[in-house]
Design a protein around this ligand. Sequence first.
Ligand code: DGJ
Length: 736
Amino acid sequence: MIYIDPSKQWFHLYCETFSYVLYNADGTLLNLYWGAPLAHTAEEAARCDLSYLLGSFPSGSSFELENRPFEVPAVGTGWFGDPAVRAVNEAGDDLTQLTFESAAIVPGKPALPGLPSVSAENEQAETLELTLRDALTGLQAVLSYSITAGTLERHMVLTNNDTAPLTLTHMASASAPVPFKTGTKGNSSGAVSFAGEGLDVIHLRGAWARERRPVRTPVGLSSYKVESQRGASGHEENPFIALAAPTATETSGEVWAMNLVYSGSFAAEAQVKDAPFAYLSIGLNPMTHRWQLAPGESFVTPEAVLIYSAEGLGGMSHLYHKLYRNYLGHSPWRFRERPVLINNWEATYFNLSEEKILAIAGEAKKLGVELMVMDDGWFGNRFDDHRALGDWVENREKLPNGLKGLAEKVNALGMMFGLWFEPEMISPDSDLYRAHPDWCLHVNGRRRTEGRNQLILDVSRKDVQDFMIAMMKRVLSSANIQYVKWDMNRNMTEAFSSVLPAAQKMETQHRYMLGLYRVLQEVTDAFPEVLFESCSGGGGRFDAGMLYYMPQTWTSDDTDAVERLKIQYGTSYVYPASAMGAHISIVPNHQVGRVTPMKTRGEVALGGNFGLELDPAQLSEEDKKEATALIARAKTVRSLTANGRFDRLISPFVSNYCAWQFSDDDRVLLLFAQVLAQPNYIPQRVYLTGLDPAALYEDEDGRLYSGAALMQAGLPMEFARGDYQSRTILLTKRKD
Ligand code: DGJ
């Protein structure tokens, strides 16, 4: 809900989970509060007078604006940190003094042109638009705020209303102060840091094959930045940052979080100055993005999703999960049960053929698999990763009956057929490159740096986008392809478009993303029934931008069960299980060489969109039996894991164990795992959460437990002997 007071100075966004209060102080827009709800009705909001808070700001000095909680910290306002908006004008200075001009409430939640964004929760949705203007340069900023499912969406539209061009160097999607409630950290009364005081910063750090490991550290007295300059959200950091009370746990304590609905380079920061708050922001990375704003033109920032949770990190995750499951994207697959798939990558690598694919599909069908996905190597001269990206024509040596023939044969087995693409790439050794050597990102006179022996198409170019759209439409219409894995296997270097003029070269990375989003929109609109899964060397582009077009993502190239406990646990901070691909692969595992039991590999994979990444013919009879049972279980629980509430119970980062839980109104699925076996082990207990204490829950052996007992007394974690053991327990809530 949005409340504007009669004097039009106070703007109070509120719902059941938070309040966000802005104040127009003589033209300077201040953020006076972001935290637990202060109102639940318009009457309460009207009564909520926060004007006394203004007394906490110093005034009367020449720097009277310093350290005020600006909603849009800019240059020349009294803010001495990294700005949210910075425009260099024709006079050569970068002063950007945005003064409040007007406020309006617009019905609904308008989509962001050309960019992915969250959809409105219901017909009553409304958006607060606050207009600010720099009188001297004519720069106008319209800040947009909507509330969806307990979360706050924020973006900004910057328009040049003057006759001279402006160069935008900073255009954050969101920026807001988060209060230091304990200790004196960052406060002018004594800038001292005490352990356990101030705020902790939390982000998701990683690398290829070990993505999204939660890092939590005191924010300190300086600034803390996470970023990508890679032209993709990246393996290294995720476009997510949170500040939390040092005492916040999975279930309690305050957390303030920001996540960007964007798939390119980004920066997120917690800046600490001499004020009693830390400045949290997220948006395009000023290092890699610049925009020439011609007179009359507008720039739309990506959308940021802000969450305040009074229920710790678990509360934050519940809100992100619910939002992304229900209000992000248009694919009908968002609400459908996802098929159990088998992918041939680790079974054959590039050495695939129709015969091999059909053999894998035939065996997989017997285990209960529903979708056969043919990975890299089916096209052009693609016998290894040195060639052929761009030549998207089936290789008849490998596929004598073409894609159509193969798809028909897979369908005849009673399975769906899916296909791998890497449409944004071009191999120097390809017919496409020989025909269009200028179609890649490059700078004339400079080396064209290859990554995995490939270059990146200049997707900022319309002709390149048109080529990609036409190619995808041609291939997808040529056979019964019901699933697409959209891969992207390197990051950007020489990230410049040869067709942009010098003054606009720094726009390339963002124009690339806009171009990619256009391609994805057109292709997914043309094939709404196709299930799209995004991928980037595993989880190198696991973000809400991609999820808008493709409801699931290949979480990591690392399929080792022990590693996956960590990867899926970390990913769940922001992204729901319905977004994560999780597969059983062969042992010894191809990434780490570890040998884990089939049961553990499968039970960990139940925590996402279940699949296999192997040649079933290589499985022992015992493992085949186990795999069949696991696939049956995946089908039994997939509606629960996709739509249920997810809780992290025991972190694999701090213990030898890991436990997580899915629950809905009817069922609970508990996973617990032990990494290394221990002698003389006395079963630890795992404590369930969020259940109905008065209800009875029945396990698969007919044993009954009360919700209260499961939560308060816990369940003993008993394991079979040996390393890398897991168990899942499925409980059904008794309705009688
Ligand atoms: C990287 C992906 O993450 C893998 O699953 C596989 O599709 C390869 N690319 C193929 O080149």
